[in-house]
Design a protein around this ligand. Structure first.
Ligand SMILES: Cc1cc2nc3c(=O)[nH]c(=O)nc-3n(C[C@H](O)[C@H](O)[C@H](O)COP(=O)(O)O)c2cc1C
Length: 188
């Protein structure tokens, strides 16, 4: 935290230009208080495939950048689609790069999944939580959200559904509260 400013890093699990998950993260930023600064990470496509053999003294600049941006953030919001009942490979790849370096340790983190189907990407959501907990991220209370039928909640690429916007506001508030009272435990 720098003064009163809270820095949140957002990571979308979709590479699509017109991604609904990325739109949700932009909506989260739009409903956030003025003192919250969003850093929209868009480097998933630049990361090399994770390989412990190349995770040495010298690592790819894209990996250094990802690690620094997580480290510098007061909190992180991940919003992901579900592919084949799992987390998109590009997102899992990014998280694998953080296992050895530990930037997610105790980091206040919120997890959203969104899907055009009624489940809201619940399998990817559950899998992502498992991975983030392994990384000892602090999944904050009130910091998880499933967005089912996501295509009905956007108009021209922008989230307009009032219920979703309210849920996003609550999720950001929960994340901010956790940033203000850091915990070393993992409440859920
Ligand atoms: C290859 C592929 C596999 C998918 N598998 C699932 C799935 O298992 N569960 C699900 O809810 N949606 C699935 N979907 C639909 C995605 O949730 C949908 O494309 C979503 O909008 C992608 O998010 P985005 O708009 O942020 O890119 C799949 C889509 C693709 C292209």
């Amino acid at each position: 935290m720098n003064g009163n400013t809270i820095k949140l890093l957002s990571i979308s699990g979709s590479l699509r230009e017109l991604s609904s998950n990325s739109a949700i993260l932009h909506a989260a930023a739009a409903v956030s208080p003025a003192n919250v600064e969003f850093d929209f990470y868009d480097g998933l496509n630049d990361l090399p495939h994770f390989n412990p053999d190349i995770d040495g003294v010298v690592v790819a600049a894209s990996v250094v950048d990802l690690r620094k941006r997580i480290k510098d953030a007061d909190g992180v919001i991940v919003c992901t689609p579900e592919y084949a009942h799992g987390v998109p490979g590009v997102l899992k790849n990014a998280l694998d790069w953080i296992v050895s370096s530990g930037e997610f340790m105790y980091k206040p983190t919120a997890v959203i999944s969104a899907s055009p189907s009624g489940g809201g990407g619940e399998k990817a959501h559950a899998s992502l939580l498992l991975t983030l907990k392994m990384l000892t991220a602090h999944i904050v209370e009130g910091g998880t959200l499933l967005v089912p039928f996501v295509t009905t909640k956007l108009k021209e690429g922008v989230v307009t559904d009032p219920e979703t916007l309210n849920s996003l506001k609550s999720l950001v508030d929960a994340l901010i509260a956790a940033v203000h009272s850091p915990s070393e435990g993992n409440p859920i």
